[in-house]
Write a protein that binds this ligand. Sequence first.
Ligand code: IPD
Ligand code: CA
Ligand code: CA
Length: 285
Amino acid sequence: MIAMADGDALLELAVSIAREAGEMLLAKRPARPEVLATKSSPTDVVTVLDRAAEELIRTRIRQARPYDAILGEEGGETPGLSGPSGEGSTPGLSGPSGEGGVRWVVDPIDGTVNFLYGLPDWAVSIGVEVDGEIVAGVVHNVPRAEIFTAVRGGGAWLAGERLRCNTGVPLSRALVATGFGYGAERRRVQAEVLADVAPVVRDIRRGGSCAIDLCSVAAGRVDAYYERGANYWDWAAAGLVAAEAGARVAGLNGKPANPELTLSAAPGLFEELHDLLAPLDPERG
Ligand code: IPD
Ligand code: CA
Ligand code: CA
């Protein structure tokens, strides 16, 4: 367990890095999606920017905290290092950060397809673990200039306002966000599950960014979120934002949130949605 000041210091660094990465992406992204489409390989262009953003984030983390581990969607896992005793580089962390078990979990662009098409919901997502537990997280929705933050035990915040998820919403009136994977067979199963969810809720939203969907739960912009196939870097930061706003964030049948299923809603609605989903076996496919 680390003291609150430690989480605050880690968050401050994460926010400054997420801001800088967002500014770089905004500056380098061609203004019109068709400009991307006329490139020899549009996917490569996006990949170049995904990688450039992650490289920038990794460089800034290394400069500030050279001993920390990093898990990034594009660059994979970089283990932490053990530095000389007492050389922790963030105020409030005692000992070298490698020994302090700090790991940064990075999705440089969550919502790549929105980014490609010029839709205004993609985000830089950075979560910070200490000893395996996310203690700070930032989700920077760059086009909307919204920076969602949370420190474990310190609440979830957006533009100086403390966030609280919607409570007391029954499933029949719930606005439910979800997402789809990239594989055809998985999508077929996801569509089958959705066919049983859509008729019994208020409506469905597919925003295109898992991280923003979870922040939307936190902000009360949707009531619930579930998705099969979201990865840890998609929800590491945003899961803390949702939890600190009062939502439950978990998997099916008592499991923690995991790539098989990530589900979030206020207590009560969480259980209703869980009990609808579980018999539908959404983890298949
Ligand atoms: C994707 C987005 C999307 C979700 C997919 C993710 P990416 O991340 O979060 O909303 O439905 O499961 O893979 O590819 O844009 O980083
Ligand atoms: Ca992602
Ligand atoms: Ca991504």
